[in-house]
Design a protein around this ligand. Structure first.
Ligand SMILES: Cc1cc2nc3c(=O)[nH]c(=O)nc-3n(C[C@H](O)[C@H](O)[C@H](O)COP(=O)(O)OP(=O)(O)OC[C@H]3O[C@@H](n4cnc5c(N)ncnc54)[C@H](O)[C@@H]3O)c2cc1C
Length: 340
């Protein structure tokens, strides 16, 4: 039997691990290189919206999401004042990255994949067979992404979103029963380190009442993390190499769709990568096939998300959004369909 060409994946987030798992289960020799280690907390809303059954099934995700919390309804707040709640057209899933990434990593190794943690690969080298799943591009302008888990915090709905002054914050339960509090904020010169930083950012963004709710609950400092967060891409990356996940394109966080997109990009890449590994396609053909399929699948979604994003961040446009919601003029279903 002809031997299969090996593949390398740079980056062991959800995109890299899920692609690695599907390829390993199909018998392809794969090594994933991950700069960090597992388990680890990540800055993420941990709210998976728009994951279609076909993608989840093709990557075997069902077993990892078995205890994820289903979220069906959302309430937006503008500086503490709730707007009209609405139902999601399909449930979203609440699960911590701490659990999810580690579960997929374990399954990848069990399927015969080689996982090299604490190993950073130079991203300038692009030999055939190397896939880039290294996360968001490091290009600004950067905002601040903050997240922490909180216990004993009651929510008014499955998913609470709070719009502040150049800030928005999402709150929803994850599988541990804790509430994940995650936000994106314009940078401010604030002093405290650790979990108190999120309280300071909330207060400075006009969300002091939410900060008080967190103070009255039980903030878990071990789960706190911070990152530099760009505002998202308008287009997918070029076809000079295989990019998947945020490395291909990062969608603004308000959509809750980044993780589903990471999985969908991985699923789209599996067959062209198998074709290369088995000698049925050249590396160049596989690279182009993956880029084209992601452009078709994600192009419209990225454009719509980038046009809507300012309505979640800029005070004047937030007020417009709140007024449209009050008068039932926001076509939620149409936006959801365009964004997921
Ligand atoms: C504030 C915020 C909130 C968000 N909330 C949500 C949400 O609620 N729902 C949602 O679906 N999405 C959300 N997202 C987006 C989501 O986090 C990303 O879309 C998702 O993590 C992308 O997965 P990925 O595997 O492509 O990248 P990542 O998860 O970033 O993984 C990339 C991995 O590559 C590793 N790496 C990087 N460079 C190298 C290298 N040179 N060598 C080896 N390893 C390397 C990194 O250590 C990392 O583990 C949010 C993002 C932000 C910023």
């Amino acid at each position: 039997m002809k031997s299969l060409l090996p593949l390398e994946i740079v980056g062991g987030g959800l995109a890299g691990l899920s692609a690695g798992l599907a390829l390993s289960r199909a018998g392809v020799p794969v090594t994933v290189f991950e700069a960090g280690a597992y388990p680890r907390h990540r800055v993420c809303g941990e709210f998976i919206a728009g994951l279609d059954d076909r993608t989840a099934a093709s990557l075997g995700m069902g077993e990892f999401l078995a205890d994820a919390r289903p979220h069906r309804s959302v309430t937006y707040h503008l500086r503490g004042r709730p707007m009209r709640p609405f139902a999601l057209p399909a449930p979203a899933w609440g699960i911590s990255r701490h659990a999810l990434d580690a579960r997929v990593a374990r399954a990848f190794v069990s399927a015969g994949g080689i996982l090299r943690t604490d190993t950073r690969v130079p991203e300038g080298e692009t030999p055939p067979g190397r896939v880039f799943a290294a996360g968001r591009k490091r290009k600004g302008p950067f905002w601040v992404g903050l997240k922490v888990h909180v216990r004993n915090l009651a929510l008014v709905n499955d998913f609470e979103v709070h719009l502040g002054d150049r800030a928005y914050v999402g709150l929803s339960n994850v599988e541990t029963g804790a509430v994940n509090v995650c936000g994106i904020f314009a940078q401010r010169p604030l002093e405290p380190r650790g979990a108190d930083l999120i309280l300071s950012y909330l207060a400075a963004s006009g969300l002091g009442a939410l900060a008080d709710r967190l103070r009255a609950a039980q903030v878990d400092p071990a789960t706190f993390c911070v990152t530099a967060a760009p505002l998202g891409d308008r287009r997918v990356s070029g076809s000079d190499r295989v990019w998947i996940g945020d490395a291909c394109a990062s969608i603004p966080p308000f959509t809750g769709n980044g993780l589903a997109m990471a999985l969908q990009g991985a699923a789209l890449a599996v067959e062209p990568l198998r074709a290369y590994s088995s000698g049925r396609a050249s590396w160049g053909e596989s690279v182009r096939a993956i880029a084209d399929s992601q452009r078709r699948r994600f192009g419209r979604r990225l454009l719509v998300a980038s046009l809507l994003h300012p309505f979640f961040l800029e005070p004047r446009r937030q007020s417009v959004l709140a007024a449209l919601v009050r008068f039932r003029l926001v076509p939620f279903r149409a936006f959801y369909a365009a964004l997921h």
